[in-house]
Design a protein around this ligand. Structure first.
Ligand code: NAD
Ligand code: ZN
Length: 375
């Protein structure tokens, strides 16, 4: 046997017990100002026939803007406007899928989500549930989806969540808020047009942007960190610092935040988020506090865990004159606190990433209560 062959065999044997994740990435992406106008040509080859429509799920913010007139409708294509006031629910996904199946004899050619994390997650879930039998809450968890989803395209209109690159769609179900994490969840195509984010109000821009910033801090300071996550996380953090701490032209700032969101999402794909996210889940579950704001409400009190990150966060809040709501938890009962703490502590991988394998010795329900009480 030749030496190289021997070496290869040895490598294979020594790698036998590794368990690295083999996760999917978005295979096609368009980036650029006004790239939304290319949607028609992107979709055309994916149109199966005139009876198989494209269904566009769009944030209802755009209903009375000129965006609908730019959507390349043909044949029976339909735009469904959806409010992002509440985070997506499994029953909402099931109702949308039922409506689409009732209205069309054939399965759609594809589902296109246009909006922030809420609409991006809804579109992913509708694409999955169009080909897998329901109800959708049966798939909340890891790798429970059996069949490939319909072709789906994500078009973010706010930057920060990383939902455009992730392999999850976070849904509120009857008994839990949990993602459908699967290889079929990831988008087949993404269109990144920073111009679509022009109309985002300042506070929302800040909260969703801070979701990205916090992804970076939690990933870069986590025990799961590796060279893959670090390379994306460092780039995303650098971009966030430029966007939120320097004075750069607005157009450049929109471009950069869109790429920060992408890199931040890639960073956590191969590591994990941490304490702010775990505790934000508690706020969201009990009080319906939205993801970006919830993360900020918790993160401001995490100086003990992320001192450098909280210092930067305070500078950013100050620079943009953001006033976070106060007294969110002031009228809660003991049972309410217990429920939030239970929901937060259930997010085991997030705690393990933040504090290491012996995290249970480092954090107690009382520590969490103390933080919640400050919010
Ligand atoms: P969002 O989609 O909830 O929207 C927030 C608000 O901004 C809404 O009122 C919406 O109408 C408005 N809006 C959206 N685009 C706008 C525009 N261009 N101009 C003006 N207003 C606009 O916001 P988000 O922070 O992007 O998403 C939060 C959701 O993302 C949560 O449901 C969260 O669970 C989810 N999320 C998912 C992932 C993932 O990997 N799948 C990651 C993080 C967060
Ligand atoms: Zn997040």
């Amino acid at each position: 046997m030749a030496v190289t062959e021997k070496l290869n065999k040895k490598e294979i044997i020594s790698n036998k017990h590794t368990n690295y994740r083999n996760f999917p990435m978005v295979p096609r992406v368009v980036f650029g100002r006004r790239s939304f106008s290319q949607l028609g040509e992107v979709l055309m080859p994916k149109r199966r026939n005139s009876d198989a429509p494209f269904i566009f799920l769009a944030d209802d913010f755009f209903e009375n803007t000129d965006l609908p007139s730019q959507i390349p409708l043909m044949f029976d294509d339909e735009i469904i406007f959806i409010s992002a006031n509440e985070e997506p629910k499994t029953e909402q996904v099931d109702a949308l899928v039922a409506r689409i199946k009732e209205n069309f004899a054939e399965l759609p050619s594809g589902i296109i989500g246009i909006g922030g994390g809420t609409l991006l997650d809804l579109a992913k879930a509708v694409a999955i549930m169009s080909t897998n039998s329901g109800p959708s809450h049966n798939y909340q968890g890891w790798d429970l989806v059996k069949k490939p989803a319909l072709y789906h395209v994500g078009i973010p209109t706010i930057s920060g969540t990383g939902a455009e690159v992730s392999r999850t769609t976070v849904l509120m179900g009857p008994d839990k808020k949990l993602g459908i994490n699967s290889d079929y969840t990831t988008y087949d195509q993404v269109i990144l047009d920073p111009d679509l984010t022009k109309t985002v109000p300042t506070e929302q821009w800040f909260y969703t942007g801070m979701d990205c910033f916090i992804h970076c801090i939690e990933s870069l300071n986590g025990t799961y960190l590796n060279a893959f996550s670090k390379s994306y996380g460092e780039k995303a953090l650098e971009l966030c610092n430029e966007v939120f701490l320097e004075d750069i032209p607005e157009e450049e700032s929109r471009d950069k935040l869109m790429m920060a969101s992408w890199h931040g999402g890639m960073s956590i794909a191969y590591s994990q988020v941490g304490i702010a996210h775990a505790m934000s889940y508690g706020l969201s579950y009990l009080l319906g506090v939205k993801h970006g704001l919830g993360n900020c409400l918790v993160f401001q009190h995490l100086e003990k865990f992320y001192p450098d990150g909280v210092e930067l966060f305070n500078k950013m809040i100050h620079k943009h004159q953001i006033t976070l709501p106060k007294g969110i938890c002031s009228n809660l009962t003991e049972n309410d606190f217990d429920l939030m703490i239970k929901v937060a502590m259930r997010m085991e991988p997030l705690w393990e990433n933040a504090l290491g394998k012996d995290w249970k010795n480092k954090i107690t329900p009382d520590c969490l209560r103390e933080i919640y009480m400050k919010i």
